[in-house]
Design a protein. Structure first.
Ligand SMILES: *[C@@H]1O[C@H](CO)[C@@H](O)[C@H](O)[C@H]1NC(C)=O
Ligand SMILES: *[C@@H]1O[C@H](CO)[C@@H](O)[C@H](O)[C@H]1NC(C)=O
Ligand SMILES: *[C@@H]1O[C@H](CO)[C@@H](O)[C@H](O)[C@H]1NC(C)=O
Ligand SMILES: *[C@@H]1O[C@H](CO)[C@@H](O)[C@H](O)[C@H]1NC(C)=O
Ligand SMILES: *[C@@H]1O[C@H](CO)[C@@H](O)[C@H](O)[C@H]1NC(C)=O
Length: 308
């Protein structure tokens, strides 16, 4: 019966390749989410840059998107956890017993990876809790996964936090077998923290082109390019709202391109969107009681439901 089975199997493969799907669970709107996080820039400044403008014109400009807080680190935390988890309220090194997206992804079979430019894991892929690497431009405060005890102390989870330069393009080249959730942190130079958006164009273009050039990878993929917070420390930002440039890309999954979405969003919206996309529960064990941010925010509105 082996012969018959293999015919059935290749038949399934043939129909699967006609309608390519990611290897994990299929989502309501998308099968893969990529977030690239830039730093400390006012929305108007980013929009004045020709490349960032071009990206906005080819996707959805989220005109009502704000950073959740100041300074940097808690903004990153709020992209993967439903609270400013357990005291990660400043840029210092903090350990938390709270849960994150990883705790709802793994039971659902959703693969994830964090790509950190300039990050070098310890032997065997163990987490390197180093505060910063001055040579490479890596900082822990831009790597939210490192704050969670149940990630940092678990080597199999640590193996999903990788050096971006070594792994990102290689994983994108896997096409539909690339991770379903990809979190990308550039170095302090490539994210505009120590430079400006003009400088960051080179690295960002490379990342976007690497993805866009791979049709299999882009199938049902949603990309978010965002900034952690506005340039609060510059005089023209004092007392203003934390407006940041945020753009969604991915023609398979957006209901319009070159369009503007005025709805209010913040970094917690990523959680809400991911949870609703894959029909996940809210993240359990937030600090405080009851419902948290991931149940309060609305998901991104300009996504189109897939046809099954
Ligand atoms: C965080 O936990 C690590 C072990 O995973 C430990 O080495 C480090 O001292 C802790 N840091 C803080 C700030 O508690
Ligand atoms: C810091 O980065 C350099 C490369 O820029 C690397 O050779 C070195 O091993 C890194 N150090 C640590 C402690 O990760
Ligand atoms: C470590 O992570 C793996 C993979 O996520 C998980 O299967 C395992 O249960 C975790 N181990 C502990 C001790 O939590
Ligand atoms: C960014 O910095 C470079 C030099 O460091 C400068 O030439 C350029 O004008 C700056 N761009 C913006 C938008 O400020
Ligand atoms: C979503 O999950 C809930 C609870 O686990 C389940 O009852 C429901 O059928 C699921 N919906 C879809 C569309 O899969």
């Amino acid at each position: 019966m082996k012969f018959t089975n293999s015919l059935v199997f290749s038949g399934l493969l043939a129909s699967a390749s006609a309608v390519p799907i990611a290897t994990g669970p299929s989502g309501k709107w998308f099968d893969r989410f990529v977030v690239i996080v830039m730093e400390n820039t006012n929305k108007a400044t980013a929009l004045a840059d020709p490349y960032y403008r071009q990206l906005a014109d080819s996707g959805v400009l989220l005109n009502g998107y704000q950073g959740t807080t100041h300074p940097s680190q808690p903004n990153y935390i709020t992209m993967i956890a439903s609270t400013t988890a357990a005291g990660v309220f400043d840029d210092g090194d903090h350990n938390t017993t709270q849960n994150s997206l990883v705790d709802i992804f793994e039971p659902a079979g959703i693969s994830w990876k964090a790509y950190q430019e300039g990050y070098y894991p310890l032997d065997g892929g163990a987490c390197n809790p180093i505060h910063q690497n001055k040579t490479s431009g890596y900082v822990r405060k831009h790597n939210p996964f490192m704050s969670f005890d149940n990630i940092r102390e678990n080597i199999s989870r640590c193996q999903n936090i990788v050096n971006a330069q070594e792994h990102f393009a290689a994983d994108v080249a896997k096409g539909k077998y690339a991770p379903q959730y990809m979190f990308y942190t550039p170095t302090l130079a490539n994210d505009a923290h120590d430079t400006n958006v003009t400088y960051t164009e080179t690295d960002l273009k490379y990342l976007i082109n690497t993805m866009m050039g791979n049709e299999q990878f882009m199938k049902n993929t949603l990309i978010l390019v965002t900034f952690d917070e506005n340039d609060v420390y510059s005089p023209d930002s004092y007392g203003t709202s934390n407006d940041v440039y945020s753009v969604l890309l991915g023609k398979d999954v957006l209901s319009c391109t070159g369009c503007i979405d005025q709805q209010f969003y913040n970094h917690f919206t990523q959680l809400t969107t991911l949870e609703q996309n894959w029909n996940l529960t809210n993240i359990p064990n937030p600090d405080g009681d009851g419902a948290m941010w991931d149940s309060w925010m609305l998901p991104f509105s300009k996504l189109k439901a897939k046809h099954h």
